[in-house]
Ligand binder design. Sequence first.
Ligand code: ATP
Length: 638
Amino acid sequence: MSRPRRPGMPRSALSLITLVLLVVLVCVAVVAPLIFAGQAKSIDVNAIQGGMSGRHPFGTDALGRDILARTLVATRLSIWLALLATLLGTLCGVIVGSLPIIVGRRLGRLIVAGFNLLVAFPGLLLALFLALVFGVGARGAVLALAVGMAPSFARLTHTTASGIAKADYVSAAKLLGVSRRRMLLRHVLPNIAEPLVVNATSQVSSALLSLSALSYLGFGVQPPAFDWGRMLSDGLSSIYTNPAAALAPCVAIVLAGVTFVLAGELLTLLVAGHRAAPRRRAAAVTASGPGDDLPPAGPGDVLRVEDLTVGFPSAGAPLVPVAGVSLNVRAGEIVGIVGESGSGKSLTALAIGSLVAYPGTAHAAVHELGGNDLRGMRPAARERFLGTSLAMVFQDPLSALNPAIRVGRQLAEVSEVHGGLRRDKAMARAVERLRSVRIPAPEQRARKYPMEFSGGMRQRAAIGMGLMAEPLLIIADEPTTALDVTVQRDVLTLLRQVSDERGAAVLFISHDIAVIAEIASRVLVMYGGRVVEDLPVTALADDAAHPYTRALVASIPDMTTDRALPLATIPGRPPDPSARPDGCSFAPRCTFADDTCRSTRPPLAETPDGRRVACWHPRTEADDADPTVIEFGAEGGR
Ligand SMILES: Nc1ncnc2c1ncn2[C@@H]1O[C@H](COP(=O)(O)OP(=O)(O)OP(=O)(O)O)[C@@H](O)[C@H]1O
């Protein structure tokens, strides 16, 4: 598995330049006052306002002091004051912006109105006024600037915090009686730290400029102290005789300003890249050697995957949640994937759609959709192909539908982007698709927002969106888990209908074996990141060969289950993806395991009746008749 790059590693030339500039700036700020302080302060009456020379590259000031040395020494104070002002401004802004969440609604509105009003004032003008209030000098300038910056940070804090405050986990914390203050500190602020830090970094350059302006105007740093703004002010008086005296601090301000702007940009890019990683840098499946669990290739196969592995970097042993999955799905076939939580079902689905989130990586010996090898495709071509050939339906349809765009428009956009249809034609198609997924009054509903749909309607709309481009394969990952049983039935019927009418293959993932039994014609049972059994749905109830499949089936309660007895469970826990046993992953929980099972992993071997099972001791009908074989049950097996 290739070693993934850390998201924070600088890669572009821009990153490198920014880092070099930052290092240089910090070094100068730390070292220059130690080396050049004497030279910067030593008065030389013989060299007053001297021009550029070998001894004084930027000339001297009105007291004959070396401009270059003074510029270098001023770095520390200039940067320090800008950082301090930004830090204080951010802190004030965060506190003020958070207040509306803690205080009552009325006072909160008043505070919001207050900082919204202040944001309308130009920052420097506000700082000038405040500098007069706080008093002339470095301290007054920093305070003035911090207070001047605070309203924009308050607004940013308030806007982002308001979004977080509506999240389900905050509502859950409210229900648990968590105090507002604690909620703010534990649940809200940690989640908005990222945009605040990025914004604050970009603001350091503005603070630097504003502080230099205040010093230049005489409100900031006062003699004998000096920063770049002060030096600029002094240098301008001799601009005609020695322009270099003003040039040096100017260059310093520009360079430092650019450095902080670049640092802010870099941070934004890194954060955005990190956030967008699941989409932008989603791992495509790359080639790997052939595995030993290959399913027989059939002529009607829409999807073929062989020896798929998905891994994540980890400090300890490699984390491989999907460890060699091989499967095929034919056109019009509905294949269910079932298994306990953590068995690798969703990651398998994501890898098939080339959607494994960074830093995950996926490899396979074969990864074909509609006969096209996805591993060899260029990323843009692959995305285009998957955009029209594959539809993904997730458990939460809201995550697939943009809440700010009308449903019809969202569906229409798929045809505009992928099919090149005109706007009106695309909308007509969207309405037709909404009708085909049985959305009542589709013309009117197309003009509604997702929030105005019920949960079942949203899921149907999400399926309709997937159907806009006639996909070859629909991957439905727990699409009915959040729905009530009647709506669940509707969605299952719809998927079956879509598969029948359009010939689309469906890969239906669920941990609910009863749902799988209702919709699928074939079932893949996953355990510990592998397919352990591939069997027709008709065999699921009483003819499964793998002890795990049997245990799963036995653990489903039905109408005949004796409610006086504890529910049947599978003893033990699924294996940790980073510490799977050498042999069969199910061996530690299996009643029938022997030394071979514990030492050697069974391959997914094909049986004479065309099924596949990965077990050294597959169950047969004869075992069912054998009274000495005790199946898993309420007591947790033998
Ligand atoms: N981004 C990730 N980084 C590290 N491990 C991950 C990541 N995503 C998933 N895993 C691990 O991979 C394993 C399989 O996850 P997956 O989501 O595929 O399980 P699943 O079978 O779909 O479970 P469920 O039914 O609960 O959704 C789990 O142990 C999970 O913790």
